[in-house]
Design a protein around this ligand. Structure first.
Ligand code: AMP
Ligand code: MG
Length: 365
């Protein structure tokens, strides 16, 4: 007689329904590895029980160093005590004073800031501060276009969803800036002027759309009326091309092309370094790696192209391919990318195996 087959899931259920759970027991700490805790055990105190330093450096008062800037006006503070990890500070940091502090040591009274040792020049008695603790730039983001609708508006088939504001906001955050969303300006001088005015307290304005040939006719006079000195460029890059940059009062203004991929790529190349510079960062560019191109590609030798690419490692070598269709309205070409393949102006053809430079995006690959 043929026996019927039992499904594995059914067999497992029978086994588990049959197995009992053993009772509880007390074990020593060293025997506890791999055992199951029967009840919560709550720590009796915070560990460490005091604020401690995450780095080797100097505990100071922010008030004393906020003016310190680069080589021109370093602040000099008097070092009043040395505190290694495991020792408690005996003194309180007063005006013009600092306490040398090692990683893990408690923050002394009076101090609210720890300076990295690398940002100072120091002797046993004094410390010269070259950097202050940098603030984050405020970046106003404004989309332009009568065809745009925001995410919270009712869905309307005739409208284009304002994706740029959110894409740019993410890029601003990633660069260390604080995004301020100003919404959508209509394609008329009055609305644009009113919205641009709202940005004038910010460190940067990043506007998208409205800088290509037709739009430029009203964007330019609006900037001028607000006292802006702007450069309008047709950049030799793709995607990208129309870009405006200048100052309106104290605000540094960028006008990026409206196509979503163009705005993100031009942001990467121009706005990100600007934000990083304002943050006080020394490194403004993405890491660039060399990789073996895995496709065929051709272009005219008139513009530098940034192809959206996928980098991966194979047999110890970096490989790169494009993310597929590269149209400047195809946002997925950017979303899927972990690198921008930088094809120089003069290059006309790439074939599989050619070495290309790739700007590495985000957290790597
Ligand atoms: P423009 O640079 O204003 O000529 O816009 C170029 C293209 O990008 C047009 O197809 C616009 O509809 C589109 N576009 C402009 N701004 C946005 C935005 N904020 N979000 C999504 N698409 C946009
Ligand atoms: Mg437009």
């Amino acid at each position: 007689m043929k026996e019927s087959l039992t499904r594995l899931e059914d067999a497992l259920k029978v086994v588990l329904d049959t197995v009992p759970v053993l009772g509880l027991e007390k074990v020593g700490l060293l025997d506890a590895l791999g055992r199951v805790l029967a009840e919560d055990i709550i720590a009796e105190r915070d560990n460490p029980p005091w604020d401690n330093s995450a780095m080797d450096g100097f505990a100071v008062r922010y008030e004393d160093i906020k003016q310190a800037h680069a080589i021109t006006t370093p602040t000099v503070l008097k070092v009043i005590e040395d505190v290694p990890a495991g020792k408690f500070p005996a003194k309180t940091v007063g005006q013009g004073e600092a306490i040398r502090i090692m990683t893990g040591a408690p923050i002394p009274k009076g101090a609210d800031t720890v300076l990295k040792v690398e940002d100072t020049e120091n002797t046993p008695q004094s410390v010269k501060v070259f950097k202050d603790v940098y603030q984050r730039p405020r970046v106003a983001i404004l989309s332009t276009g009568d065809e745009l609708a925001d995410l919270d508006e009712r869905f309307n088939e005739e409208k284009i969803v304002n994706s740029n504001s959110y894409g740019i906001a993410a890029q601003v955050k990633e660069a260390g800036g604080l995004p301020i969303l100003l919404g959508i300006a209509k394609d008329n001088p009055d609305d644009l002027k009113a919205k641009v005015r709202q940005s004038l307290n910010a460190d940067f304005l990043v506007l998208s759309g409205g800088v290509s040939m037709g739009d430029y006719d009203f964007t330019k006079p609006v900037f001028q009326e607000l006292g802006g000195e702007m450069n309008f460029w047709k950049l030799a890059i793709r995607p990208g091309q129309p870009v405006a940059f200048g100052k309106i009062g104290k605000t540094l203004a960028f006008g990026l092309p409206g196509n979503p991929v163009s705005s993100m790529v031009t942001f990467e190349q121009l706005v990100r370094p600007a934000i990083l510079k304002m943050c006080g960062s020394q490194v403004l560019a993405r890491p660039v790696v060399q990789a073996l191109f895995q496709e065929k590609f051709s272009k005219r030798p008139d513009r530098r192209h940034f192809l959206r690419g996928v980098l991966w490692m194979e047999n110890g070598m970096l490989m790169v391919r494009t993310t597929g269709s590269q149209g400047s309205g195809i946002l997925t070409s950017m979303v899927k990318a972990n690198g921008l393949i930088d094809v120089p102006v003069e290059v006309e053809k790439l074939k599989p195996g050619d070495v290309v430079n790739v700007q590495v995006l985000g957290g790597g690959f």
